[in-house]
Design a protein around this ligand. Structure first.
Ligand code: OAD
Length: 272
């Protein structure tokens, strides 16, 4: 066994032992959790933001911003539609399914920065989608809102409200926009209750609202873990780094925790 594999094996065992005794887990996810679905990440090789100057000569972060949407919805929507179409062509993967599977064993809150809706599709029931969900469209002119399953079915881009004909936007947080208040409250309330295990999966952990729970957890002596093939700003902070892809690490972790919670041969109904 290569040293890296051995480290991963040992790390999975350490985390599994904690999870086998845990009551509540927070899973914070980013674009990396959807990478094995075929979704591009934002940063890094092949990422949506990599060396990306738009046709308008503006950085992609400026095009995908609230002010650009207000000023030039056609330009902003060109790139929103690109993300939406990428989501439409993909499906949840083993990482999303494993996270949903943990709900059979303990309380799981998923805090995701992803707008693809894959955690709910895979069966997770407590999801705080802090950056929104691109399947929800909101009218900019009236209170109209609707769900779109697949961006490839949109009759026009920018899409228009079926009720009033106004331009619509996806219910996602764009650059220079604040986080939705009700979701930050929900998150704060969950964090106040605390978790036994804090898992960061597939995010480069750039935003303070994503890293703070891990720093606080460390200070409070709680158990923190990162699942990521590469280093991030949290790599030196967490108790255990599982260096690998979410789609293979999380199913292995789930299987091991299941075994530890229900050891083979200890069937509770046996002998009844
Ligand atoms: P990034 O693209 O910044 O980071 C993706 C992370 O996933 C990197 O750390 C990769 O190493 C890791 N990764 C890649 N493949 C992986 C795999 N198979 N398994 C596990 N990890 C893998 O994406 P985010 O951190 O999600 O915000 O970006 C955060 C936010 O920045 C996004 O939500 C978006 C963007 O601006 C908004 O749009 C508001």
């Amino acid at each position: 066994m290569e040293r890296d594999d051995a480290d991963l094996e040992t790390g999975i065992e350490r985390v599994a032992l904690r999870l086998a005794r845990a009551r509540r887990m927070l899973a914070v996810t980013g674009a990396g959790v959807s990478a094995e679905s075929g979704m591009p990440t934002y940063r890094g090789l092949g990422g949506l933001y990599q060396d990306r100057e738009t046709e308008a000569g503006m950085p992609i972060e400026e095009v995908l911003s609230g002010p650009t949407l207000a000023r030039d919805p056609i330009l902003c929507w060109r790139y929103l539609a690109e993300i939406g179409r990428a989501v439409s062509g993909c499906r949840p993967n083993d990482a999303h399914r494993a996270l949903a599977g943990f709900e059979d064993l303990l309380e799981v809150v998923v805090l995701t920065q992803n707008v693809d809706g894959f955690h709910r599709q895979a069966g997770s029931t407590r999801v705080i989608d802090l950056h929104g969900d691109c399947h929800r469209l909101l009218c900019l002119a009236c209170p109209g809102r609707r769900e779109v399953a697949d961006y490839r079915d949109l009759a026009e881009v920018p899409p228009r409200c079926p009720a009033c004909g106004g331009v619509e936007r996806p219910d996602v947080v764009l650059f220079e926009e604040p986080l939705p208040l009700e979701k930050t409250w929900e998150l704060r309330s969950e964090l106040r209750q605390g978790f036994d295990v804090y898992l960061s999966i597939g995010t480069s952990s750039l935003f303070s609202y994503i890293t703070r729970p891990f720093h606080d957890a460390r200070q409070e002596g709680r158990f923190t873990v990162e699942v990521n093939p590469g280093p991030t700003s949290l790599s030196e902070v967490v108790d255990v780094r599982l260096v690998g892809k979410a789609g293979s690490v999380l199913p292995r972790l789930l299987e091991r925790v299941r075994d530890l919670r229900n050891p083979p041969g200890e069937n509770p109904s046996a002998g009844d």
